[in-house]
Design a protein around this ligand. Sequence first.
Ligand code: SF4
Length: 174
Amino acid sequence: MLLTGYSKEIFRAKCNPSFESIHCIAHLDRDISEALPYINSVLGGFEYFKDPPAVTFRMHGKLVTVHPKQIAINGLKDEEEANKILEWLKHEINESWEKRNEIEPCYKGAGKPKVFEILKLLPKTNCRECGETTCMVFAARIAEGAKGQEACKTLIEKNRKKLISYLDQFNLDR
Ligand code: SF4
C-alpha cells in the first residue's frame, strides 16, 4: 500500500471567516509524486502540473488538489464530508498505484472551458440566486471548477443539457 495514513487540518477561509464552507489539508505520510500521473489518468484531472507535480479534480462541487505530500479540498460542508472524500481518495490512490502496470500515465490536464462558451448558455439576468454577483462571475466560477451548473436554477433545460455536455469534455460537472 502506497498511502497508509494522513493527518488532517480543517480551517475556514482567512479572507472571510464567516463563510460557511470549510477547507481541509491532509498531510500525507508518504510522498506520492510517482502515483500522480496514474491518478490523473484514472480520475481525469482538469489541471496537471509537472514541476512541482500536482493534479486538480472537481468532485461534487469541490476542488481537490493532490500534491506529493498533501491533499487540499475546498468548499466542504463539514469534517465528515472531508473524511469521506479523503478515504475515497486514499483508496483511489492506492488502487491506481497497485494497478500502474495496466494504466497509461497521463501528464496533462483536460484543460479549462472558456468562460464565454459557458456565459452564452446562461440566462444573463444577473439575478444572483446562484450566490454570485453576475452571470459572468458564475461562468468564471464554473470554468475554474469551483461551482456546478446546478446552482443556476433558472437555466432552461435545453441549455443545461448543452452546458453539461460542454463541461464533460473537461471532466467538469461531476
Ligand atoms: S442564478 Fe443563473 S441567471 Fe442568476 S446570476 Fe446566477 S447564473 Fe445568472
